[in-house]
Write a protein that binds this ligand. Structure first.
Ligand code: PLP
Length: 395
């Protein structure tokens, strides 16, 4: 009899988005198909920029001709893609080698796959509230999870202390769901902690492109000492609208070693065994994001989401409600008003203003009493929702 991976029985149902979908469906059905203002979505709404589309079309044409056709691609990434990413870092003053860049099909895939590098006995530390995949990927692997709660008192940016004992440290900055961003000084504390204890940081930089404050780090490799303790996982999903197109990258420095084993070399071995890379067409499209024109165009799209954020933060400022995020991140994390719980506020907003957001409790128990707004929706709807919020909560 085959023995299945019984760790799957330890997974909690991903009830958050299921319950949101159930409640919104029930509302629409009982309110004659009412229109909803959807500020819960984590998916982008703007299409790929012209520069990416042009590159994708050209790459498709390349595949039609014998002289320009590409078969299997190098498993770790095409040289042109790895160079484009390394140059992107170099322009921000971070020196990484092209062979430290690995192409991926997106951050979700990598966040799961990268765990192959670690032993089952390594514990995973999750800074909460957190993106749910960190916990689930480790539960599937049978790993122990250490939860580090954060709150308003530390701006949802917890720091290491003696109580923190784990070998795999997840840090997401800018953060989903809170929108909080680690400063260089705070991130340095985690880097020093990892180097001192031999832990490895998995730095999720999926939202780095939303940072506008010049003093905040886009990459953990802006921090001295990170090359000996960190892996950075990034995605073009939110940066450039690749959620449905799929491409990302991972950076593993050549200096990163534990117990005499080199993690960069191990990942090369992993990729050359477990993947045949990402398609030529997609890597061409993804490389176009890093051209001068590509950067201009993706920034124009990000500006639309930032305007959405401004509608909402202006509303919350007017109401005097505490929040973080929104400025350097596409998420706004607000304190639920009038002492409401996350789900009470969800029901209240749906019922009274037809606004759908995401209850903070779904991202870890310390998210109770908070609520997440996403800024990836339509500008028209976000503006109306922000006005409705002011009207409703000023009553
Ligand atoms: N990491 C974080 C923090 C995210 O919020 C998301 C998606 O919402 C991902 C990773 C996954 O991104 P991808 O589309 O590249 O798989």
């Amino acid at each position: 009899m085959l023995k299945p991976n019984h760790n799957y029985s330890n997974l909690k149902d991903s009830y958050l988005f299921y319950r949101i979908a159930q409640k919104t469906r029930a509302y629409v059905e009982s309110h004659d198909g009412a229109y909803l203002y959807r500020l819960g979505i984590g998916d982008v709404s703007l299409p790929l920029c012209d520069e990416v589309i042009k590159a994708l079309h050209e790459a498709v044409d390349d595949q039609a001709k014998k002289e320009t056709f590409h078969g299997y691609m190098p498993e770790c990434g095409a040289h042109f893609f790895r160079t484009a990413v390394a140059d992107y870092y170099r322009h921000r003053g971070v020196k990484i080698d092209t062979e430290e860049v690995f192409v991926s099909s997106g951050a979700s895939d990598e966040l799961g796959d990268i765990l192959d590098l670690f032993d089952k006995s390594d514990d995973a530390l999750v800074l909460e509230p957190a993106y749910p995949a960190y916990v689930d990927a480790n539960v599937m692997a049978g790993r122990k999870i250490v939860h580090l709660a954060s709150g308003k008192e530390n701006g949802f940016l917890p720091l290491p202390d003696e109580s923190v004992k784990a070998q795999i440290l997840y840090i997401c900055s800018p953060n989903n769901p809170t929108g909080a961003v680690f400063t260089k000084e705070k991130l340095k504390k985690w880097v020093d902690y990892a180097n001192a204890t031999g832990a490895v940081i998995l730095f999720d930089a999926a939202y780095e492109a939303f940072i506008e404050d010049g003093s905040l780090p886009h990459s953990i490799f802006e921090i001295e000492g990170a090359r000996t303790c960190a892996i950075e996982i990034c995605s073009l999903s939110k940066t450039a609208g690749f959620t449905g197109t799929r491409c990302g990258y991972t950076v593993i420095p050549k200096e990163l070693e534990r117990e005499g084993m080199n993690l960069n070399a191990m990942w090369v071995r992993n990729r050359t065994t477990k993947t045949n890379g990402v398609s030529y067409i997609l890597q061409k499209g993804a490389a176009a994001v890093f051209t001068e024109e590509g950067q201009k165009q993706i920034k124009a799209n990000i500006a639309v989401y930032k305007r959405n954020a401004k509608y909402l933060t202006d509303a919350l400022d007017k109401l005097g409600i505490w929040y973080c995020g929104g400025k350097n991140a596409p998420y706004i994390w607000m304190k639920c008003p009038r002492g409401m719980s996350s789900w009470e506020f969800f029901d209240f907003l749906l019922e009274k203003a037809q606004i759908v957001g995401t209850p903070g409790e779904g991202f870890g128990s310390c998210g109770e009493g908070y609520f997440r707004f996403s800024t990836f929706g339509s500008p028209e709807d976000t503006k109306i929702a922000a006005d409705k919020l002011v009207e409703l909560l000023s009553e």
